[in-house]
Design a protein around this ligand. Sequence first.
Ligand code: GLY
Length: 327
Amino acid sequence: MKSRRAFLQHSVFGAMAAGSVEFWTRISAMPETFRKGNFPAVIATWNNEDATKAAWEILSAQGRALDAVEAGARVPEANPEDSSVGYGGFPDRDGDVTLDACIMDEFGNAGSVTCLQHIKHPVSVARLVMEKTPHVILTAEGALEFALSQGFKKENLLTETARRAWEEWKVKSEYKPVINFERHDTIGIVAIDAQGRASGACTTSGLAFKMKGRVGDSPVIGAGLFVDAEVGAAAATGLGEMVLKTLGSYFIVEEMRRGKHPQKAAELAIRRLAEKYPEQARENQVGFVALDVKGRHGGFGLQPGFNYTLFQQGKNVIYESGSYFSK
Ligand code: GLY
């Protein structure tokens, strides 16, 4: 059983104890579900322990979920060893690293960038699109121009490892997405903070050696990510084309709105795409994570091998997900 101290540290009541009169007022104005929720909590696709840890540092200090998911997403973006996100991401067929990312806050505001080159932290550019422009999505050259105007630095994101992988790929130029590549892929991360505010982010370099201009699910609101503060949030990883065609994250949030547990909602989203696109589903991987306003979580994959990380009640735990196909 949790000690009283741990309960105070990791629940909304703990946040109240540490907060101001204004905080008390805001809490008492919240829906009942928020006050009873197991918050704060953050969940991310794959074994992204460092990302959830960065998010938890903000959440456990009574910070805003939006700041937490941005901080979490920036971790793999900056990691040159991560070949599917940010710096070190594998390039497209032409050898260009092009990044997609989005972010969504507790008010339903959203920002996104697609095909962004030379900027290490597309999630932060997406946040500024949300906060400083009247738009939701900026793409390619326009996104880069905007990023530079906001003080982001132009960098070479193609690491030597990624360049060599591209040179090897060019020998055959076979376009075949690989299931569970390195057991790591796009990071989708969603959180609910101590005050019950939900937010999410999603960031990726997309499919390795994709066609020039290809955009996946990750920067598309409703596909790679969806947040509704009254219900919860969901995010996706894996083959974006299938997620785009089923609007998987939106589907999960709507199922949760109808009362489904996040686990059940994630399973239904996977079943929907497996039944609708059986051939594509057999050959590829998709995984979803979900968190609802009660602090309940879920995760599910198409294929075995999908896992996800949850930081809640002071513990950072990697879960092996169930899957639609058994092998
Ligand atoms: N889920 C990432 C992508 O398909 O680009």
